[in-house]
Ligand binder design. Structure first.
Ligand SMILES: *Cc1c(COP(=O)(O)O)cnc(C)c1O
Length: 402
């Protein structure tokens, strides 16, 4: 095969699992002069933003906004319900579950991790068992990641609720929906989730910089029992702001609010059910291609059972160092950036070059997904990587309605 000329000029596609593709309309909404933070449009925007965020989360309860990334929301959620000496239970299915638990340890919690490894979903029987063993109810919260972005495992949150209820245990159910909100179905109130955290830069399609903690009355009652919560992280004034600055604990993230307003308009115009359906079909197209590639050579999907696969991110392997070579090829040659592997091997370990991820979250459509898959096929051909045939046909069949 001869080397083609460089084909990367044109619109690039950042297909990493966050930050995701930013819609032009969101960028345009942010491109404006600095607004007044004391009166006018920005101030008047807040009740609508709050209501529309809750609609996406499917909750009628509370939301607190933070000018920070997902880690900020993790910490905010923890410090409002956990005090030093409390216990938290972490059923982990990847790097992000482990990470949230490490953060709980840093604020003085005793952390019990049940590690389900890197390719399996939570085993709910083990969660129930751990809670039953906690007769003194020292465990105050169960930290469950809905979609772990490192492994691309999607956990069954209603089943996690049922596992807590089966133990008749009062621990709060706290869900990390940073990678899943606005991509995979999530129903905070119907599923009995007490606290949910998310960020703005994945399914919500806004540049990184804002994050959100949703909490219900049970979580709010727990917050009221704590002797103190630091001024900045306390969710109470943010969720029940009487003055504009209280929503943000100081100066508002002005331009992010305009971007978020536009993104929420786009989400509600499309409809959340339709957004979930779009992500599902696009994910099935990705899986169809990946399953075909997996029939030969070293290409492999991390999650075998479709039921436990995210609709927003797909974790893959390709014999080291071919995964890195493939990422380099598609980025340099056709303007497509794929995600690095995360949490599967240590950076510096040669095995690290055997993992990669596809981000298909947020502002993505059929032609972007087909283009991404076609680019991966071309890259494997150009690099002489052995792979199964028929991947693009299989993906097209899904997009066509098959
Ligand atoms: C991205 C992500 C995080 C971390 O968010 P940051 O904005 O990078 O701090 C946490 N949990 C999950 C599931 C994520 O996808």
């Amino acid at each position: 095969m001869t080397t083609p000329p460089n084909l990367s000029n044109g619109r690039s596609y950042l297909a990493i699992p966050g930050p995701s593709v930013i819609p032009d309309a969101v960028l345009q909404a942010m491109h404006r002069a600095a607004p007044n933070i004391y009166a006018g449009e920005l101030v008047e925007m807040m009740p609508g933003l709050t209501a529309d965020l809750k609609r996406v989360a499917r909750t009628k309860h509370n939301v607190a906004m933070y000018t920070g990334n997902g880690h900020a929301a993790w910490e905010a959620a923890l410090v409002n319900v956990i005090q030093p000496g409390d216990k938290v239970l972490v059923p982990a299915t990847g790097r992000f579950g482990i990470g949230w638990g490490e953060m709980a340890r840093c604020i003085g919690a005793e952390v019990q991790v049940i590690d389900f490894g890197k390719s399996s979903p939570m085993d709910m029987a083990q969660v129930t068992e751990a809670l039953r063993a906690d007769k003194a109810h020292k465990i105050k919260a169960v930290l469950g990641v809905h979609v772990d972005t490192s492994t691309s495992i999607k956990n069954d949150i209603p089943a996690l609720r049922a596992a807590i209820d089966a133990a008749d245990h009062p621990a709060l159910l706290m869900a990390d929906c940073i990678a899943s909100l606005g991509c995979d179905r999530f129903e905070m109130d119907d599923w009995g989730v007490d606290v949910m955290v998310t960020g703005c830069q994945k399914g919500l399609m806004v540049p990184p910089g804002m994050s959100f903690v949703f909490f219900n009355d049970k979580a709010e009652a727990r917050r009221a029992e704590l002797p103190r919560v630091s001024w900045y992280w306390d969710w109470t004034p943010r969720a029940h702001a009487e003055q504009f600055f209280q929503y943000h604990g100081g100066t508002a993230p002005t331009h992010h609010l305009y971007g978020l307003r536009k993104a929420l308009d786009m989400i509600h115009a499309e409809g959340i059910e339709q957004i979930w359906a779009r992500h599902e079909v696009l994910a099935r197209a990705v899986w169809a291609a990946c399953e075909a590639w997996s029939t030969e050579g070293s290409f492999g999907m991390n999650v075998k059972d479709r039921q436990y696969r995210s609709h927003a991110v797909t974790s893959l392997r390709l014999e080291a160092p071919k995964a890195t070579a493939l990422r380099d090829w598609v980025e340099g040659q056709i303007g497509l950036t794929l995600g690095i592997g995360l949490g599967m091997a240590d950076p510096g370990d040669p095995a690290w070059h055997g993992f990669f991820r596809l981000g298909h979250m947020g502002h993505v459509n059929g032609h972007m997904i087909l283009g991404m898959l076609g680019g991966i096929e071309a890259g494997m051909r150009s690099l002489g990587v052995a792979h199964g045939k028929g991947a693009l046909d299989a993906a097209a069949e899904v997009i066509a309605g098959g």
